[in-house]
Write a protein that binds this ligand. Structure first.
Ligand code: GAR
Length: 203
């Protein structure tokens, strides 16, 4: 499948995906001048910037996004630091072929600032979630999670780094599993072709 990575920040997960060999054919950023665009350039992946401020309403922004994805024959979406909710029109086109990465153990701490929310809450464990995207906000069927400890002496930055380390290992493998059909969405259920131990053994 031809994947688009939707980004908006530092691009470390985009870099992990490209290093791993995920078939990313297009990078779309909702912010200009972000490092993720430099990562795209370094790996010679075509990149586009769509700025929300250039569109009068949210639907127009997402229609432009959808037009771009369809013009480039994109089959699947991997969100990696894309800090916007996708319009239902986009989600409908990519149901079962759109995944999101979230830096917490959903359904705990959805939305923005998840690492900080968990840190301030004083959790002992937090983590990383990869899920299929549905119409809700961070509510889609969960494909995989990694639990990450938060130690007493951790600063927020320590925790953020530990979570990112796990993101970089987990996300490319899950994108690959979706890409190859090893895991798929059946209604609201996540179905693995083999035992889920596959991911435990490889991650
Ligand atoms: C990642 O930690 C990802 O989990 C988070 O943004 C970061 C992007 O980092 N996404 C969300 O918080 C989505 N709600 P990156 O640009 O270095 O890949």
């Amino acid at each position: 499948m031809k994947w688009a990575a939707l980004v908006g920040g530092y691009g470390s997960n985009l870099e992990a995906m490209l290093e791993y060999g995920n078939p990313v054919h297009l990078v779309v950023s909702h912010k200009a001048n972000v490092r993720a665009l430099e990562v795209a350039e370094k790996y010679h992946i075509p990149a586009a910037v769509l700025l929300p401020k250039d569109f009068r309403v949210r639907e127009a922004f997402d229609q432009a996004l959808l037009n771009l994805l369809q013009r480039e024959n994109i089959d699947a979406l991997a969100l990696a630091g894309y800090l916007r909710w996708l319009d239902p029109a986009v989600i409908a086109q990519y149901r079962g072929r759109a995944v999101n990465l979230h830096p917490a153990l959903l359904p705990s701490f959805p939305g923005l600032g998840a690492v900080e929310q968990a840190y301030r809450h004083g959790v002992f464990w937090t983590g990383v979630t990869v899920h299929f995207i549905d119409d809700g906000h961070d509510t889609g069927p969960i494909i995989a999670q990694a639990a990450v400890p938060r130690y007493r002496e951790d600063t927020l930055e320590d925790l953020r780094e530990r979570i990112q380390h796990h993101e970089h290992r987990l996300y490319p493998r899950i994108v690959e599993a979706v890409d190859t059909g090893l895991v798929r969405l059946d209604g609201q259920n996540v179905v693995w072709e083999e035992s889920k131990s596959w991911i435990n053994g490889h991650y």
